[in-house]
Design a protein around this ligand. Structure first.
Ligand code: DAO
Ligand code: DAO
Length: 211
């Protein structure tokens, strides 16, 4: 698995060749990378984007070391409480998506996240939360283009504000703990897009607590 906490070289996702800086904007450390795939009509599996999960190391230490600092990385891997706290505590995190599929239409993006994000809003919010999903998807205008190589940052700022940027340009921000939690759940929740990535995030986050 990846050991990222101490290195400063970019990390390359092996299947797609996409590269992720090990530090974003000075304070966010890369904890794990993975691949989002999607099967079309059960026929073929396409690689949609590579992603990297980043978190602020000081936030991790400040908020989680008291509770988990004495546990080893192995004990923290697959530890449900630790994983939930990672998603719910007020830790600055970013998930960077780098698009590799060259034929993404806004329409297919919308319907994919109505399915993926929508099911999480339902699971954690206990109702269908149509309004919140609508607010999120309406940030993405029909005329936006996201060709191969586009970089989308899903940024959880302090106080559970989810800010989205496309190629560095801000497209919107929404304050909602439920939305932040639901988005992070796609990558490090119970049924993540890429299980290896989730394990790497847990192990590398744990390594921050022991310093
Ligand atoms: O061309 O019908 C097709 C397949 C499209 C797959 C779309 C998956 C979209 C996943 C969400 C991307 C978010 C940036
Ligand atoms: O992979 O199913 C998924 C969900 C991705 C959630 C983030 C979507 C951000 C989409 C930006 C689209 C820009 C037009």
């Amino acid at each position: 698995s990846l050991s990222l906490a101490d290195c400063s070289a970019p990390v390359v996702e092996s299947k797609t060749g996409v590269s992720f800086p090990s530090v974003l904007g000075n304070s966010l450390r890369l904890l794990g990378i993975g691949l989002r795939k999607k099967s079309i009509l059960g026929l073929k599996n396409i690689d949609v984007y590579a992603f990297g999960v980043y978190a602020n190391g000081d936030d991790l230490r400040k908020l989680l070391s008291e509770k988990y600092g004495k546990l080893s990385a192995t004990e923290l891997k697959d530890n449900k409480d630790f994983n939930n706290d990672l998603m719910e505590a007020d830790i600055c995190m970013t998930v960077r998506l780098q698009i590799v599929y060259s034929k993404l239409s806004i329409r297919s993006v919308r319907s994919a996240f109505e399915e993926s994000v929508g099911s999480r809003l339902q699971k954690f919010g206990g109702s269908d939360n149509k309004e919140l999903l609508q607010r999120f998807t309406s940030q993405f205008k029909d005329e936006y283009k996201i060709p191969r190589g586009s970089v989308i940052d899903l940024i959880r700022e302090r106080s559970h504000i989810l800010k989205t940027t496309i190629d560095g340009k801000e497209v919107g921000s929404i304050q909602s703990k439920l939305l932040c939690r639901s988005i992070l759940d796609l990558y490090i929740g119970e049924d993540p897009f890429d299980r290896r990535a989730k394990e790497d995030v847990e192990v590398n986050a744990a390594s921050f607590l022991q310093k």
